[in-house]
Design a protein around this ligand. Structure first.
Ligand SMILES: Cc1ncc(C[n+]2csc(CCOP(=O)(O)OP(=O)(O)O)c2C)c(N)n1
Ligand code: SF4
Length: 285
């Protein structure tokens, strides 16, 4: 059985002291331990940004990919070997700026993977530029007169893209976040957990104090996660009250079920010798 110690790596942690990423890392390790997953069968896929260091700090299989490309790589890994638990970690910039197209397509394809968005409402690694989830009016070094655009809302964006599991967690509530991660990982289909992650270096508005006063739990207010319209309503709430928990979940066929070749053993275990590809090669000659 895997333990918290088994998941530790020798890498020196370079996140700023107090960064919300620590809460996400700890909650994910706890989720893996509590689910009894085998370390060798978990794959973490990270984008570029402060969140990308997750692969350095958690001892599972890891691949650190090009900025914005977490989802196509995670989808491909799961298609190649469905025995693996595939978890993507992306920043709000990674997921909703350069990776936005991949986000919508992954959601509608419904691969059986989890996406954790480290949503600090800013670009962390590149030192505080505006991100697509930065709220209108926010002054940053790239928007000195304030953000002009309406912010991307990860929850309603996921719902509109037909994601089958849509949740939001808060890095300051580790127990709740651990439970959300466990539910997302075991959900059969594309599961997004958008995590409110304070960036103590560059976002002086959405701080721990800001969230502490506002965050409430959907499950404590009788929210029905099978009601799409109610999920939209709750998803648009952002002000004095900010909901966390599962907004929506509904099971539907996963992506790999569309491929006859994947009906038998996982692709990674199928024999490749004896397959005649000369016809295919001629096609591209
Ligand atoms: C193709 C490409 N474009 C731009 C960059 C520069 N870049 C690195 S990280 C980043 C954004 C970081 O913000 P976010 O994805 O929200 O992650 P965070 O650092 O906040 O975790 C950008 C634009 C890059 N590395 N690659
Ligand atoms: S810059 Fe922000 S997101 Fe990056 S490590 Fe520091 S506090 Fe965390």
């Amino acid at each position: 059985m895997v333990t918290m110690q088994d998941l530790a790596t020798p890498a020196t942690n370079t996140w700023c002291p107090g960064c919300g990423n620590f809460g996400i890392l700890m909650a994910m390790k706890r989720a893996i331990v509590q689910l009894g997953l085998e370390r060798e069968k978990v794959v973490a896929v990270t984008g570029i940004g402060c969140h990308g260091k997750m692969t350095n700090y958690i001892k599972v299989n890891g691949i650190h990919v090009i900025h914005g490309r977490v989802l196509p790589v995670a989808t491909a890994i799961k298609l190649a070997n469905r025995e693996l638990t595939v978890i993507g970690f992306a920043g709000d910039g990674d997921a909703f700026n350069i990776g936005m197209g991949h986000f919508s397509h992954a959601a509608r394809r419904n691969p059986d993977i989890t996406l954790v968005v480290h949503d600090n409402l800013i670009y962390g690694l590149t030192t505080g530029q505006t991100s697509p989830t930065s709220k209108r009016g926010l002054k940053t070094k790239s928007t000195p007169r304030g953000v002009f655009e309406v912010a991307v809302n990860p929850i309603t964006q996921a719902l509109a893209s037909d994601a089958s599991f849509v949740a939001r967690g808060y890095a300051g509530d580790m127990r709740h976040l651990t439970e959300l991660f466990k539910e997302a990982i075991t959900f059969p289909g594309f599961a997004m957990v958008d995590v409110l992650q304070p960036c103590v270096a560059w976002n002086r508005i959405n701080t721990y104090d800001f969230y502490k006063e506002r965050v409430y739990k959907l499950e404590e207010e009788g929210h029905d996660p099978t009601d799409l319209m109610k999920a939209y309503e709750r998803g648009r709430e952002w002000g004095d009250r900010i909901p966390i928990g599962v907004f929506y979940k509904v099971e539907r066929p996963v992506y790999r079920e569309n491929f006859p070749v994947l009906k038998g053993a996982p692709l990674a275990r199928q024999k490749l010798d004896g397959i005649d590809i000369s016809g295919l090669l001629k096609e591209f000659a």
